[in-house]
Write a protein that binds this ligand. Structure first.
Ligand code: HEC
Length: 144
């Protein structure tokens, strides 16, 4: 009797985690809000385009022999690189706190607020094809 109860609880726990784990990590898959996209473009062009490209296609790294060992190219944000593997929360965190690997991607926290970061995120997610929007975040492993 006790064993059956445990098995029952175990099954329940697995179903619960599978369901709520996915739901809480899921991105919406929706197109970003056009108003935010419009505002985000102004800030993106001002702060981000110089490295990530006006169209978000990223930087082309110089050849290995020429670039330094600690050279980091700014990745594409338009879906050509892997930014869509990250959740909105992760992307916003990199924007606000910067990269721990290179000061080249600085923290923007003292330049603008969260709302501006969300607008910039909306602007570059607007470049992502529908499939990437739907597969964003941890889902990307099983989604493609
Ligand atoms: C001076 C160049 C530079 C500027 C300006 C810059 N970035 Fe970056 N960014 C980088 C580099 C280099 C990396 C890669 C860091 C790493 O590999 O750890 C990066 C990484 C990122 C990432 C992580 C992408 C991924 O796929 O993991 C995001 C998101 C990002 N930048 C957004 C922005 C936004 C938004 C702005 C403008 C507010 C901005 N960056 C401005 C150079 C820059």
């Amino acid at each position: 009797m006790k064993k059956t109860k445990l098995i029952f609880l175990g099954i329940f726990a697995v179903i619960y985690l599978a369901f709520f784990g996915l739901v809480s990590f899921a991105e919406t898959g929706k197109q970003p809000d056009p108003n935010m996209v419009k505002k985000g473009k102004v800030s993106y062009d001002k702060y981000c385009a110089s490295c990530h490209g006006e169209k978000g296609d990223g930087e082309i790294a110089p050849p290995i022999g020429i670039r330094g060992p600690d050279y980091f190219a700014a990745p594409g944000l338009n879906g050509s690189a892997h930014s869509w593997h990250h959740t909105d929360e992760n992307l916003l965190k990199v924007i606000m706190d910067g990269s721990s690997r290179t000061p080249k991607m600085r923290a923007w926290r003292d330049v603008f607020d969260n709302k501006t970061a969300e607008e910039i995120l909306a602007y570059f997610k607007n470049w992502w094809p529908k499939r990437l929007l739907e597969c964003q975040g941890p889902k990307h492993m099983s989604c493609m």
